[in-house]
Design a protein around this ligand. Structure first.
Ligand SMILES: CSC[C@H]1O[C@@H](n2cnc3c(O)ncnc32)[C@H](O)[C@@H]1O
Ligand SMILES: [Zn+2]
Length: 439
């Protein structure tokens, strides 16, 4: 007798990510109650299961939903507002003054909604977000059914959101209390960077993260001047200071990590830290090229991040996969480093592991949540296709994402968002904020 299940997806190929380099042809994924129930040859599935819905995707590859390990979703409202500036001038002369004037719960709700729509269309099912008004961000992700880890942000300076480090923490923790028990919304402790949070604030962040069992999400070693400033102010490089203050460990997600010496690499490896590699943001702000091959060689877990739309200017993990692989090859002059499957691993399971979610998402594995993404590969623009994994890293773009499921629920169908929000409403939001910025 066959079992009745919610959904069977029959793609041409499945790339489960785990085991590495595996490609299953003419298999299907069986989904029930939001989880992956089985992965088996298509012929066997028709005997064992009866599906309420079957998705025939004969030109497609099915992969786990992509995990964006670092973003500032609400910054979608500031896409292109301050291009071609280096990090510190970009922050101090452009972005922070705009944020100081405009950020509000409505700003974050609207910007996060736009970002969530962009990410879903591009196959991103989970993101690790860091921005003001975490409650508004959580509401927007909840509205579109996207999985998100929201930062309880901390800064030493005031913003329209909070007055000082204690106020940031108090408000962020209250937001976490509001969302407790929500299946797709989680939280991290997110001190912005070593140069914007004091020793006392960082120690508080470390103890809270340990007490509440939350990841720590922090920008580190993004530009050289950050390291010089730290040595002048604290007598230590930022990662050494973070180690002394108790922040390094398997729960740490260090974002950027562009400028690393041997001591830094040894610290990251020794403490089992994770890195959110953001190659496009690092190129666009002229920050440099992170030593990705050295990180991977030392067994350090790496995921990929887009950073915000004001420094990238796309929330597109296909772009990040390609940039990560190509930059690493160019920087090391080694074509074999960061092969296509390593890029895909970072964009999926690497990100999931950094967030402590790798038992739930990040690969097409029986028992995990059905966060899935189908990409149409049979297209004259992409022929021939000898290896779908190669195509995912080197050929395909987010434009080829056709279907996206989160917890087994269809969110994108044939490239179109299945949301209660009209395309027109999304466009209206950005026009509204563009007008406000101009006045
Ligand atoms: C406290 S909310 C996050 C804060 O971070 C700013 N930001 C955006 N991108 C970067 C980056 O690459 N490095 C450092 N800080 C960044 C954002 O504008 C918010 O103020
Ligand atoms: Zn950032």
């Amino acid at each position: 007798m066959s079992a009745t299940v919610d959904l069977i997806i029959q793609p041409r190929w499945i790339v489960p990510v785990e085991p590495a380099t595996t490609v299953l042809e003419h298999h299907c994924v069986v989904v029930d109650q939001g989880r992956i129930l089985d992965v088996l040859p298509q012929g066997e599935a028709s005997v064992r299961y009866q599906a309420r819905r079957t998705e025939h995707l004969g030109d497609h590859v099915l992969i786990p939903g992509l995990v964006n390990l670092h973003t500032h979703a609400a910054m979608n409202l500031m896409r292109g507002i301050a291009d071609d500036l280096p990090l510190m001038r970009w922050l101090q002369e452009a972005i922070w003054p705009i944020e100081g004037k405009h950020v509000s719960p409505a700003f974050v709700a609207d910007g996060t909604l736009l970002a969530a729509a962009e990410m879903l269309r591009g196959g991103i099912t989970t993101c690790n977000d860091m921005y003001f008004y975490p409650d508004s961000a959580a509401s927007a992700f909840h509205r579109v059914g996207m999985r998100a880890v929201i930062g309880i942000v901390m800064l030493d300076f005031p913003s329209p959101y909070a007055s000082d480090a204690d106020d940031y923490l108090r408000k962020g923790l209250a937001a976490r209390d509001q969302w407790r028990g929500s299946p797709r919304i989680g939280f991290s402790i997110a001190p912005h960077a070593p140069y914007t949070v004091s020793d006392a604030g960082l120690e508080r962040a470390a103890s809270l993260a340990a007490e509440l069992d939350l990841p720590i999400h922090i920008h580190v070693h993004e530009v050289e001047s950050e390291i010089d400033t730290s040595i002048a102010r604290y007598g230590a490089r930022p990662l050494t200071r973070l180690a002394r203050l108790g922040l390094l460990g398997p729960g740490l997600i260090g974002v950027h990590a562009v400028h690393l010496d041997e001591t830094d690499l040894a610290l990251l490896s020794h403490h089992g830290c994770n890195i959110a590699h953001c190659p496009t943001s690092n190129m666009k702000l002229g920050s440099g090229i992170a030593p990705l091959s050295a990180l991977l060689e030392r067994g350090i877990n790496v995921g990929l991040g887009t950073d915000g739309a004001a420094s990238n200017n796309r929330l597109d993990l296909f772009q990040e996969m390609r940039h990560a692989a190509l930059l690493a090859k160019a920087a090391t002059r080694d074509a074999a480093t960061v092969p296509a499957h390593a890029a895909l691993h970072m964009a999926t399971l690497g990100g999931a592991r950094a967030l402590g979610l790798d038992t739930q998402i990040g690969s097409i594995t029986v028992g995990k949540q059905a966060d899935l993404c189908a990409i149409r590969l049979i297209d004259p623009l992409m022929q021939p296709c000898f290896d779908p994994i190669s195509h995912l890293a080197y050929v395909a773009g987010r434009e080829q994402v056709s279907h996206v499921w989160i917890d087994g629920e269809l969110r994108v169908q044939n490239g179109a968002l299945l949301l209660q929000i009209a395309h027109k409403e999304l466009l209206g939001i950005s026009t509204l904020w563009q007008t406000r910025f101009a006045n």
